[in-house]
Design a binder for this molecule. Structure first.
Ligand SMILES: [Zn+2]
Length: 380
């Protein structure tokens, strides 16, 4: 083990403004400035992006998916090739999910028992098993810096009995995840709060997790179809049920205004495929809202996508060009729009970090909403 790897995982809060927080997660692979947005590198790549480009957008950490990587190319193969960081040429921190959520959403013929989940691969139909112990083993083989406890998450709406039963199973799995994770200096294990939209079940879950003890805590089971209003209503209490001195991670969120609303309510970390996925379908996110580059109004427009943006797509290309390459099915279309979207997300995060540090979050937030309210620039 190198000397750098003996550094511990730690979190320090630098400032709070209302319920919003800014701070730093320190890991042997580098610091993560919070609130942090994590781009999603599902299959050991953030689609359409070179890893150095992802870093250039300002991302301190990215997310990898256990479910996808265990099926192809397999965790054992990645381990033999030196681990996920080396395999994908990303030397900053990586967080991996536990595989639980994606098994439930992607795999075929799932069977859930107290022990874990058996399922068939959506790729080739091969049979696999995921348990808390196997998920910890896979995430260790990948070399993940932040490991997520194995959990189960019911799709909403679900009835209270189903949510209760599922949350309590996830808490038993959280304990087994903690035991199986072992003592790994410099690496962190995060527990995942469940309980749907039920405040008392969320409280029970938070208490169970805190008793086990984790290096960080995720808010799971949101952004699964409940809508922004219901999600914010849950975030009005859920982050405060978790320990104040540990990072809080809201999984799978979201659109720019979801992210701002979550940070306002005390969330420190988020991830979402949205900026990269929408970049490949001609959708851009700017400080004035969403832009559909497919639209014919851009065909003769020499102006940049967002004149306030310093990303390569906005610095060097016109809306007319972005429209043309999208319509022509050129790969650079997805590359430029993904870069822009990821850059814009990081601009939001930096803006919020600065505003929280200077105690001006409320003013920053009203400016954010006011600009979006104006909508896209007038057509030429
Ligand atoms: Zn841009």
């Amino acid at each position: 083990m190198s000397r750098a790897m003996t550094q511990r995982f730690s979190f320090s809060l630098a400032a709070t403004d209302g319920r919003a927080r800014t701070g730093t997660i320190s890991t042997p692979r580098g610091d993560i400035r919070t609130p942090a947005f994590m781009p999603v590198g599902t299959a050991a790549t953030v689609k359409a992006m070179m890893p150095e480009s992802v870093a250039a957008t300002g991302a301190d950490i990215l997310l990898g998916n256990t479910y996808h990587l265990m099926l192809r190319p397999t965790a054992e193969r990645i381990d033999r090739l030196g681990g996920l960081h080396k395999f994908m040429n990303w030397d900053k921190p990586i967080l991996t999910d536990s595989g639980g959520f994606q098994v439930m959403s992607l795999a075929d013929l799932r069977k859930l028992t107290e022990k874990g989940v058996t399922f068939r691969s959506h790729i080739d139909g091969s049979k696999h098993e995921l348990t808390p112990e196997r998920s910890m083993e896979i995430q260790r083989l990948l070399g993940s810096d932040i490991v997520m406890a194995f959990d189960e998450c019911p799709a909403l709406p679900a009835d209270r009995d189903r949510i209760t039963e599922s949350m309590r199973l996830s808490m038993r799995w959280a304990e087994r995840s903690r035991d199986a994770f072992g003592d790994r200096p410099g690496h962190a294990l995060f527990g995942i709060q469940q309980g749907g939209l039920e405040q008392d079940l969320r409280a029970e879950s938070a208490e169970a997790l805190t008793k086990i003890g984790f290096e960080g805590y995720a808010i799971g089971g949101l952004a699964v179809g409940e809508g922004q209003e219901a999600m914010f209503a849950c975030l009005d209490y859920a982050p405060d049920q978790l320990p104040v001195d540990k990072p809080r991670y809201l999984m799978g969120v979201g659109k720019p205004d979801d992210i701002v609303g979550a940070v306002k309510r005390g969330v420190d970390m988020m991830d979402c495929v949205l900026p990269s996925r929408s970049g490949r379908t001609g959708q851009a996110w700017t400080h004035r809202g969403q832009v559909n580059i497919k639209n014919a109004r851009h065909a003769d427009d020499p102006r940049p996508l967002d004149e306030t943006c310093s990303c390569p797509a906005c610095s060097n290309y016109s809306r007319a060009y972005l429209h043309h390459v999208f319509r022509s099915g050129e790969m650079i279309s997805g590359m430029l729009l993904t870069w822009h979207n990821l850059h814009y997300y990081q601009v939001i995060m930096q803006g919020m970090r600065d505003a929280i540090a200077s105690g001006t979050f409320a003013a920053w937030e009203s400016d954010f909403h006011a600009k979006r309210g104006e909508g896209d620039i007038e057509p030429i």
